[in-house]
Design a protein around this ligand. Sequence first.
Ligand SMILES: CC(C)(COP(=O)(O)OP(=O)(O)OC[C@H]1O[C@@H](n2cnc3c(N)ncnc32)[C@H](O)[C@@H]1OP(=O)(O)O)[C@@H](O)C(=O)NCCC(=O)NCCS
Length: 227
Amino acid sequence: MTSENKAFVRLVDPIKDTAACLDVCKKTVGPALRTGTPNLISPYIWCLPYIRLCPEYCFVVDDGDGNAVGYVVCAPDNVTFAERFREEYIPILESLDPILKKPPMDPPADWGKELTLGVLQCLYSPEELLHPVCPRLIEEYPAHLHIDILPEFQRKGFGKELMEALWARLRKDDIPGVHLVMEAGNVNAQKFYLAIGYNRFGEVVDGGKSGEVGKEDNGNLWMVKKL
Ligand SMILES: CC(C)(COP(=O)(O)OP(=O)(O)OC[C@H]1O[C@@H](n2cnc3c(N)ncnc32)[C@H](O)[C@@H]1OP(=O)(O)O)[C@@H](O)C(=O)NCCC(=O)NCCS
C-alpha cells in the first residue's frame, strides 16, 4: 500500500505542518502568483495567519507519513480575525521575512503592473476582510476559508472531507455560515464548491459594474454556505 492510499484528514499541528502548508500554498496559488516575490509572499496572506491565529479551525490532508499535502484554513469570525490580524500578526511579519516589510499603502497598486506591491498592500489590509461594500456577507456568513491540495492528491475526495471536518467544527460553535472569495477563472474550483453545496452570494456587490450577483468588478466571486 502506498502512503497515498493511507492519506487522511486531521487537525493541523502548527509546529509540524506549517512549513508544508506554506509550500502547498505556493504550489497551488493562482497562475499569476506562481513565480517570483509574489509567490513567496502569498502564503503569508492566504495560509499562515490562520494557522497562527486560529489553528483549531484548520485541517490538513496527511499523506500517511505525517506530511501535510493539502489544507483548509479558516477564520470563524471575520471581525475578530481582522482585529487580531492587525494587532497580533502584522507586528511579527518583518521578523518572519524582510520581504514582508510594509509598503507604501497609497496609491493602491495596479495589480497588472505592480504585482509585488499589490500583494504586499493586500497583506497589510486586513480590513478588506470586512467587505465594507456589502456588510450582509459577514453578518450571514461570518467565517471564511481557503482550501488547497497538491495536484497528486486532488479529485480523491479530500477536498470534501476537509470541508466536512471544518463545517462540523464551525457548527459546534453555532457559526451560522461560511464564505470564500475566489477567482472566477478557476473553473475547476467553482465546480467543486457548487458540487459540495456552496452557492454564489445572492446580492449585487459592486454597484452593478460586473452585471452579476456575488461578483466583484475585479472578477472575484463570493461563494457562501449556510451551516
Ligand atoms: C479545488 C480543490 C480544493 C478540490 O478538492 P478535491 O479534493 O480535488 O475535490 P474532491 O475530490 O473532494 O471533489 C468533490 C466533488 O467536487 C467536484 N469536483 C472537484 N473537482 C472538480 C473538477 N476539477 N471538475 C469537476 N468537478 C469537480 C466533483 O463533483 C467531486 O466529486 P466526484 O469526484 O465524486 O465527482 C482542489 O482540487 C485544489 O486544491 N485545487 C487547486 C487549488 C485551488 O484551486 N484551490 C481553491 C482556490 S479558490
